[in-house]
Write a protein that binds this ligand. Structure first.
Ligand code: ZN
Length: 168
């Protein structure tokens, strides 16, 4: 597990080694040869522990690097998306929602894009195949381009101003 406990353990071992080294230094010639040997053994033990801890930290950092790379790759291949009505959509070159809706729950949880599908003739919702979340059909148009175009035309017809509201 990459965590602060590993770093804490390494620092603890280094602190112990430092204390033993200081003890040997401060005692000067007052220590018996046997005592010096004993403290030296303790010192070497503490240093060996620190070495293992630092090696674990190195492994943790490699793990983290791999996780970061895979997340970066995920972001790169996904393209830009926006929240529109009750779903998540890819954006076109104008930055407007385009294509079919994706599950807002899966997006919120893990930045994964799973399609919302029409699944029932009786239930006016679209359902996520992954987490089974349901979003009202009118809150998740299956063709965003067509929906926006017809909304825009409708508001022009009545002299209104169509405003496209999206969220990051
Ligand atoms: Zn979902």
């Amino acid at each position: 597990m990459p965590d602060l406990a590993t770093i804490g353990a390494a620092l603890g071992s280094i602190k112990t080694a430092t204390e033993i080294a200081r003890l040997i230094k401060d005692s000067g010639s007052s220590l018996e040869q046997a005592e010096v040997k004993l403290h030296m053994a303790e010192l070497l033990g503490a240093l060996a522990d620190a070495k293992v801890d630092v090696a674990n930290i190195k492994l943790d950092l490699i793990d983290k690097d791999e996780t970061i790379s895979s997340l970066e790759e995920k972001i790169k291949t996904q393209g830009e998306t926006v929240g529109f009505l009750g779903a998540r959509y890819y954006v076109n070159d104008d930055g407007d929602p385009t294509g079919s809706p994706h599950c807002p729950t899966c997006w919120a949880q893990s930045k994964d894009l799973f399609p919302l599908l029409a699944w029932s003739n009786e239930d006016p919702t679209h359902k996520c195949g992954k987490c089974s979340s349901k979003v009202l059909g009118r809150q998740s148009p299956l063709d965003a381009d067509y929906y926006i175009k017809s909304q825009r035309e409708a508001s022009v017809k009545i002299g209104g101003n169509f405003e496209l509201k999206t969220t990051k």
